[in-house]
Design a protein around this ligand. Structure first.
Ligand code: SF4
Length: 252
Protein backbone atom coordinates (compact mmCIF):
# COMPACT_ATOMS: atom_id res chain seq x y z
CA UNK A 1 0.00 0.00 0.00
CA UNK A 2 1.34 3.46 -0.79
CA UNK A 3 1.66 5.82 2.10
CA UNK A 4 2.16 9.58 2.11
CA UNK A 5 5.18 10.96 3.93
CA UNK A 6 5.79 14.47 5.21
CA UNK A 7 3.44 17.28 6.24
CA UNK A 8 3.09 20.31 4.01
CA UNK A 9 4.10 20.35 0.33
CA UNK A 10 6.29 19.05 -1.15
CA UNK A 11 5.24 15.52 -0.21
CA UNK A 12 6.66 12.16 -1.12
CA UNK A 13 4.63 9.07 -1.82
CA UNK A 14 6.11 5.72 -0.83
CA UNK A 15 5.44 3.22 -3.63
CA UNK A 16 5.38 -0.53 -3.12
CA UNK A 17 3.72 -2.40 -6.01
CA UNK A 18 3.78 -6.21 -6.21
CA UNK A 19 3.98 -7.63 -9.74
CA UNK A 20 4.54 -11.13 -11.20
CA UNK A 21 8.17 -10.05 -11.72
CA UNK A 22 8.82 -8.80 -8.21
CA UNK A 23 8.13 -5.70 -6.15
CA UNK A 24 8.70 -2.19 -7.40
CA UNK A 25 9.47 0.19 -4.56
CA UNK A 26 10.52 3.81 -4.34
CA UNK A 27 9.51 7.35 -3.52
CA UNK A 28 7.61 9.64 -5.86
CA UNK A 29 7.34 13.40 -5.49
CA UNK A 30 3.72 14.50 -5.21
CA UNK A 31 3.18 17.87 -6.94
CA UNK A 32 1.56 20.44 -4.63
CA UNK A 33 -1.99 21.46 -5.40
CA UNK A 34 -4.60 19.74 -7.47
CA UNK A 35 -4.01 17.50 -10.44
CA UNK A 36 -6.07 16.81 -13.56
CA UNK A 37 -6.50 13.20 -14.65
CA UNK A 38 -4.48 13.89 -17.81
CA UNK A 39 -1.60 15.11 -15.62
CA UNK A 40 -1.86 11.95 -13.53
CA UNK A 41 -1.57 9.85 -16.69
CA UNK A 42 1.48 11.77 -17.82
CA UNK A 43 3.12 11.48 -14.37
CA UNK A 44 2.47 7.71 -14.34
CA UNK A 45 4.28 7.00 -17.64
CA UNK A 46 7.79 6.97 -16.14
CA UNK A 47 6.61 4.45 -13.55
CA UNK A 48 5.02 2.37 -16.34
CA UNK A 49 8.42 2.27 -18.07
CA UNK A 50 9.94 0.80 -14.90
CA UNK A 51 7.21 -1.87 -14.75
CA UNK A 52 7.78 -2.71 -18.41
CA UNK A 53 11.52 -2.87 -17.79
CA UNK A 54 10.98 -5.55 -15.13
CA UNK A 55 8.97 -7.69 -17.56
CA UNK A 56 11.47 -7.20 -20.39
CA UNK A 57 14.38 -8.18 -18.14
CA UNK A 58 12.55 -11.28 -16.92
CA UNK A 59 11.88 -12.37 -20.52
CA UNK A 60 15.47 -11.62 -21.57
CA UNK A 61 16.73 -13.74 -18.67
CA UNK A 62 14.65 -16.57 -20.16
CA UNK A 63 16.16 -15.99 -23.62
CA UNK A 64 13.21 -14.10 -25.13
CA UNK A 65 14.13 -10.65 -26.42
CA UNK A 66 11.94 -7.77 -27.62
CA UNK A 67 11.79 -7.76 -31.43
CA UNK A 68 9.85 -4.46 -31.82
CA UNK A 69 11.84 -1.87 -33.78
CA UNK A 70 11.32 1.67 -35.08
CA UNK A 71 9.92 1.42 -38.61
CA UNK A 72 7.59 -1.48 -37.79
CA UNK A 73 4.15 0.07 -37.30
CA UNK A 74 1.94 -3.00 -37.67
CA UNK A 75 0.56 -2.68 -34.12
CA UNK A 76 -0.24 0.99 -34.83
CA UNK A 77 -3.21 -0.16 -36.93
CA UNK A 78 -4.84 -1.84 -33.98
CA UNK A 79 -7.63 -0.32 -31.87
CA UNK A 80 -5.19 1.12 -29.30
CA UNK A 81 -7.27 1.45 -26.10
CA UNK A 82 -6.90 4.57 -23.97
CA UNK A 83 -8.15 5.27 -20.47
CA UNK A 84 -10.10 8.55 -20.21
CA UNK A 85 -7.07 10.10 -18.48
CA UNK A 86 -4.92 9.19 -21.49
CA UNK A 87 -7.50 10.46 -24.00
CA UNK A 88 -7.25 13.86 -22.28
CA UNK A 89 -3.44 13.51 -22.19
CA UNK A 90 -3.37 12.91 -25.96
CA UNK A 91 -5.68 15.92 -26.49
CA UNK A 92 -3.19 18.02 -24.47
CA UNK A 93 -0.29 16.73 -26.62
CA UNK A 94 -2.11 17.70 -29.83
CA UNK A 95 -3.19 21.10 -28.45
CA UNK A 96 0.47 21.92 -27.66
CA UNK A 97 1.66 21.28 -31.24
CA UNK A 98 2.79 24.17 -33.50
CA UNK A 99 -0.07 25.43 -35.73
CA UNK A 100 0.94 23.67 -38.97
CA UNK A 101 1.53 20.34 -37.30
CA UNK A 102 -1.61 20.74 -35.20
CA UNK A 103 -3.72 21.23 -38.35
CA UNK A 104 -2.08 18.23 -40.05
CA UNK A 105 -2.70 15.90 -37.10
CA UNK A 106 -6.29 17.14 -36.68
CA UNK A 107 -6.91 16.33 -40.35
CA UNK A 108 -5.58 12.79 -39.86
CA UNK A 109 -7.81 12.28 -36.81
CA UNK A 110 -10.81 13.57 -38.78
CA UNK A 111 -10.10 11.19 -41.68
CA UNK A 112 -9.71 8.22 -39.31
CA UNK A 113 -12.89 9.15 -37.42
CA UNK A 114 -14.86 9.46 -40.68
CA UNK A 115 -13.73 6.00 -41.78
CA UNK A 116 -14.74 4.52 -38.42
CA UNK A 117 -18.15 6.17 -38.53
CA UNK A 118 -18.68 5.05 -42.15
CA UNK A 119 -17.81 1.48 -41.15
CA UNK A 120 -20.28 1.71 -38.24
CA UNK A 121 -17.45 0.98 -35.87
CA UNK A 122 -17.82 4.08 -33.72
CA UNK A 123 -21.18 2.77 -32.50
CA UNK A 124 -19.64 -0.47 -31.22
CA UNK A 125 -18.80 0.07 -27.57
CA UNK A 126 -15.42 -0.97 -26.23
CA UNK A 127 -16.61 -0.20 -22.73
CA UNK A 128 -18.88 -3.12 -21.99
CA UNK A 129 -17.18 -5.69 -24.23
CA UNK A 130 -15.90 -8.88 -22.58
CA UNK A 131 -12.58 -10.44 -23.61
CA UNK A 132 -14.10 -12.47 -26.47
CA UNK A 133 -16.04 -9.47 -27.83
CA UNK A 134 -12.93 -7.33 -27.52
CA UNK A 135 -10.98 -9.85 -29.58
CA UNK A 136 -13.60 -9.75 -32.37
CA UNK A 137 -13.76 -5.95 -32.20
CA UNK A 138 -9.98 -5.74 -32.35
CA UNK A 139 -9.72 -7.93 -35.46
CA UNK A 140 -12.57 -6.07 -37.22
CA UNK A 141 -10.84 -2.79 -36.45
CA UNK A 142 -7.46 -4.02 -37.72
CA UNK A 143 -9.04 -5.18 -41.01
CA UNK A 144 -10.10 -1.56 -41.66
CA UNK A 145 -6.38 -0.74 -42.00
CA UNK A 146 -6.65 2.66 -40.31
CA UNK A 147 -3.23 3.85 -39.16
CA UNK A 148 -2.90 5.76 -35.92
CA UNK A 149 -2.89 9.50 -36.76
CA UNK A 150 0.55 9.77 -35.13
CA UNK A 151 2.16 7.08 -37.32
CA UNK A 152 4.69 8.63 -39.73
CA UNK A 153 7.02 6.55 -41.96
CA UNK A 154 5.91 3.54 -39.89
CA UNK A 155 7.30 5.15 -36.71
CA UNK A 156 5.61 6.87 -33.78
CA UNK A 157 5.80 10.67 -34.09
CA UNK A 158 4.89 11.19 -30.40
CA UNK A 159 7.13 8.46 -29.00
CA UNK A 160 7.93 10.18 -25.64
CA UNK A 161 4.22 10.96 -25.18
CA UNK A 162 2.68 7.71 -26.39
CA UNK A 163 0.04 6.12 -24.14
CA UNK A 164 0.56 3.11 -21.91
CA UNK A 165 -1.03 0.55 -24.29
CA UNK A 166 1.66 1.39 -26.87
CA UNK A 167 4.43 1.15 -24.27
CA UNK A 168 3.17 -2.18 -22.92
CA UNK A 169 2.57 -3.92 -26.27
CA UNK A 170 5.87 -5.67 -27.02
CA UNK A 171 6.58 -8.99 -28.69
CA UNK A 172 9.51 -11.39 -28.81
CA UNK A 173 8.32 -13.16 -31.99
CA UNK A 174 9.49 -12.08 -35.49
CA UNK A 175 8.08 -8.64 -36.34
CA UNK A 176 6.56 -9.83 -39.65
CA UNK A 177 4.05 -11.99 -37.74
CA UNK A 178 2.39 -8.81 -36.41
CA UNK A 179 0.84 -8.16 -39.84
CA UNK A 180 -1.74 -10.78 -38.77
CA UNK A 181 -2.79 -10.02 -35.19
CA UNK A 182 -4.88 -13.24 -35.15
CA UNK A 183 -1.71 -15.32 -35.55
CA UNK A 184 -1.19 -17.71 -32.65
CA UNK A 185 2.56 -17.53 -33.36
CA UNK A 186 2.81 -13.99 -31.94
CA UNK A 187 4.55 -14.09 -28.56
CA UNK A 188 3.76 -10.99 -26.47
CA UNK A 189 6.04 -9.91 -23.66
CA UNK A 190 3.85 -10.43 -20.55
CA UNK A 191 2.92 -7.22 -18.78
CA UNK A 192 3.83 -6.63 -15.14
CA UNK A 193 0.60 -4.61 -14.78
CA UNK A 194 -1.71 -2.70 -17.10
CA UNK A 195 -1.55 1.04 -16.52
CA UNK A 196 -4.38 1.54 -19.04
CA UNK A 197 -6.62 -0.73 -16.98
CA UNK A 198 -5.63 0.86 -13.66
CA UNK A 199 -6.20 4.38 -15.01
CA UNK A 200 -9.58 3.36 -16.49
CA UNK A 201 -10.70 1.96 -13.15
CA UNK A 202 -9.45 5.03 -11.28
CA UNK A 203 -11.30 7.35 -13.69
CA UNK A 204 -14.51 5.36 -13.11
CA UNK A 205 -14.01 5.68 -9.33
CA UNK A 206 -13.67 9.46 -9.37
CA UNK A 207 -16.02 10.26 -12.29
CA UNK A 208 -18.65 7.54 -11.76
CA UNK A 209 -19.84 4.98 -14.28
CA UNK A 210 -18.03 1.96 -15.72
CA UNK A 211 -14.33 1.80 -16.70
CA UNK A 212 -13.97 2.99 -20.29
CA UNK A 213 -11.59 2.12 -23.13
CA UNK A 214 -11.47 4.76 -25.88
CA UNK A 215 -9.87 3.89 -29.24
CA UNK A 216 -6.95 6.20 -30.06
CA UNK A 217 -8.60 7.33 -33.30
CA UNK A 218 -11.62 8.64 -31.34
CA UNK A 219 -9.56 10.19 -28.50
CA UNK A 220 -9.87 13.82 -29.60
CA UNK A 221 -13.59 13.48 -30.27
CA UNK A 222 -14.11 11.90 -26.84
CA UNK A 223 -11.91 14.47 -25.07
CA UNK A 224 -13.81 17.36 -26.68
CA UNK A 225 -17.18 15.87 -25.70
CA UNK A 226 -15.93 15.48 -22.10
CA UNK A 227 -13.82 18.64 -21.93
CA UNK A 228 -15.35 19.96 -18.68
CA UNK A 229 -14.76 16.75 -16.73
CA UNK A 230 -11.16 16.78 -17.94
CA UNK A 231 -10.54 20.14 -16.25
CA UNK A 232 -11.52 18.91 -12.76
CA UNK A 233 -8.60 18.95 -10.33
CA UNK A 234 -8.21 16.30 -7.62
CA UNK A 235 -5.87 15.90 -4.65
CA UNK A 236 -2.64 14.71 -6.29
CA UNK A 237 -1.52 12.50 -3.39
CA UNK A 238 -4.87 10.70 -3.20
CA UNK A 239 -5.00 10.19 -6.98
CA UNK A 240 -1.49 8.79 -7.16
CA UNK A 241 -1.91 6.62 -4.06
CA UNK A 242 -5.13 5.08 -5.39
CA UNK A 243 -3.56 4.48 -8.79
CA UNK A 244 -0.66 2.54 -7.30
CA UNK A 245 -3.09 0.51 -5.18
CA UNK A 246 -4.94 -0.40 -8.41
CA UNK A 247 -1.71 -1.40 -10.15
CA UNK A 248 -1.04 -4.13 -7.61
CA UNK A 249 -2.75 -7.52 -7.64
CA UNK A 250 -6.41 -7.81 -6.63
CA UNK A 251 -6.75 -8.63 -2.90
CA UNK A 252 -7.46 -12.37 -2.40
S1 SF4 B 1 0.74 6.56 -30.41
FE1 SF4 B 1 2.57 5.96 -31.55
S2 SF4 B 1 3.04 3.85 -30.87
FE2 SF4 B 1 0.90 4.30 -30.29
S3 SF4 B 1 -0.36 3.53 -32.00
FE3 SF4 B 1 0.08 5.72 -32.40
S4 SF4 B 1 1.91 5.76 -33.71
FE4 SF4 B 1 1.77 3.71 -32.76
Amino acid sequence: MPESQGGNAPKALRIDVRTPFGRLQGNLAVPPGGMRLSELAWNAMAFDERLIGMAVKSEADAGRHVSCRAGCGACCRQAVPLSPAEAWMIADVVAAMPPDRHAEVLARFAAARDRLHTAGFADRSLTSADDEQMSVLGLDYFRLGIACPFLEAESCSIHPNRPSACREYLVSSPAELCSDPASSAIVPIPTAASLTDALSRLCAMVMGGEPQAIPMTLALEWAAANREAGQTRYDAGQLMGTLFDLLGPEPE
